[in-house]
Design a protein around this ligand. Structure first.
Ligand SMILES: O=c1[nH]cnc2c1ncn2[C@H]1C[C@H](O)[C@@H](CO)O1
Ligand SMILES: [Zn+2]
Length: 349
């Protein structure tokens, strides 16, 4: 008989979160404290009343609307202390959900309003992750994000700083923001520079625009993972390229429904993609903005698409394989996950 998949079983299941934005996982109680320290007035003084300013509701109409929620949080994330704290808390929150490994992404240029340099933002975020690692036993790395609405110069600075921090806590670069207004091809020079420096690349694509952006990201920009990629089903040829090249998709189910990347759960293609042999990973995107947790993401797909516990574990292991870690570190992580899954009577390849 199949094991009954309870929420507690999923919480205990060792997991990874490869697509997690730093400014999307700020706890409301932390926002309250940071605002008070920085002397920033807030519309509410209790965390329950603050949450609606930080979180989308079911009637969110688009990625653009979803992204507007980040305007609330960025003013608090402008000092080294704030960046270090929220990075550490990202690790602590991941530990509560049995994540053994996380990659926390952030856009350095959004955190410079009080004079931090790009390198300083990377220093403080990686310090916070290291602190979290030491306290919680969760491995944590950073991904530096280039923003679609930023200048080529601003994005170049991010890539160059990421090259300096590569192996020092930063493991990759990404491209995020308003996909519908800024197609991937505008960023060829930015990612050519990343490739020149040997920095692994993941790119948000196929979320608020079609598979052409996925095609561009994989075949021209050098992306070895795709953020979301949920609209891949709209073009079977691009789907075949992604499948053949074994490019992992960083699906974020709750966020994908909220941003209307997909019209609703009945149209969410995760089961088809799984059966078609695509390499899927499941992630949170923005726990606070989306009102989700990694446990909730897995529970949702288990309930709505009838994934078995073994299939969920296979998705977890896809994430371990897709981690931007050095081969040796990845072997250790993989062995650790196999052992922990074995303790839950789940055997994976
Ligand atoms: O799902 C997303 N798609 C595109 N951009 C996103 C998504 N989630 C967050 N962002 C943006 C808003 C944040 O301020 C920025 C850096 O984390 O990245
Ligand atoms: Zn994202």
């Amino acid at each position: 008989m199949d094991t009954v998949i309870t929420k507690e079983l999923i919480r205990k299941l060792p997991k990874v979160d490869l697509h997690l934005h730093l400014d999307g996982c700020v706890k409301p109680e932390t926002a309250l404290e940071l605002a008070s320290t920085l002397g920033i007035p807030l519309p509410a003084s209790e965390k329950e009343l603050l949450l609606p300013y930080m979180q989308v509701t079911d009637d969110c109409g688009s990625l653009k609307e979803y992204l507007s929620k980040f305007d609330f949080t960025t003013p608090f994330l402008q000092t080294g202390d704030a960046l270090k704290r929220v990075a550490r808390e990202a690790v602590e929150q991941a530990a509560e959900h049995s994540c053994g490994y996380i990659e926390v992404r952030f856009a350095p240029q959004l955190h410079r309003k009080k004079g931090l340099s790009v390198d300083e933002t990377m220093y403080w975020v990686t310090e916070g992750l290291k602190q979290g690692e030491a306290r919680c036993g969760v491995k944590a790395r950073a991904i530096a994000i280039c923003m679609r609405n930023h200048s080529q110069q601003a994005n170049r600075e991010v890539v160059e700083a990421a090259a300096r921090f590569l192996g020092q806590g930063v493991v990759a670069v990404d491209l995020a923001g308003d996909e519908a207004s800024f197609p991937a091809e505008l960023f060829r020079d930015t990612f050519a520079l990343a490739r020149k420096h040997g920095i692994p690349i993941t790119i948000h694509a196929g979320e608020a625009a079609g598979p052409a952006n996925i095609y561009e990201a994989v075949t021209r920009l050098g992306a070895v993972r795709i953020g979301h990629g949920v609209r891949l089903q709209e073009n079977p040829e691009v789907l075949e390229i992604v499948r053949e090249r074994n490019v992992p998709l960083e699906l974020c189910p709750v966020s994908n429904i909220q941003t209307k990347a997909v019209s609703g759960w009945e149209a969410y293609p995760i089961k088809q993609y799984f059966e078609q042999g695509l390499t899927l990973t499941v992630n949170t995107d923005n726990p606070t903005v989306s009102g989700t947790t990694i446990t909730q993401e897995y529970q949702t797909i288990a309930e709505k698409f009838h994934f078995t516990l073994h299939e969920l574990a296979a998705i977890v292991m896809n994430g371990v394989d897709a981690a931007f870690l050095e081969p040796r570190e990845k072997r250790i992580l993989k062995a650790d996950f196999k052992r922990k899954l074995g303790e839950l009577q789940i055997n994976v390849l």
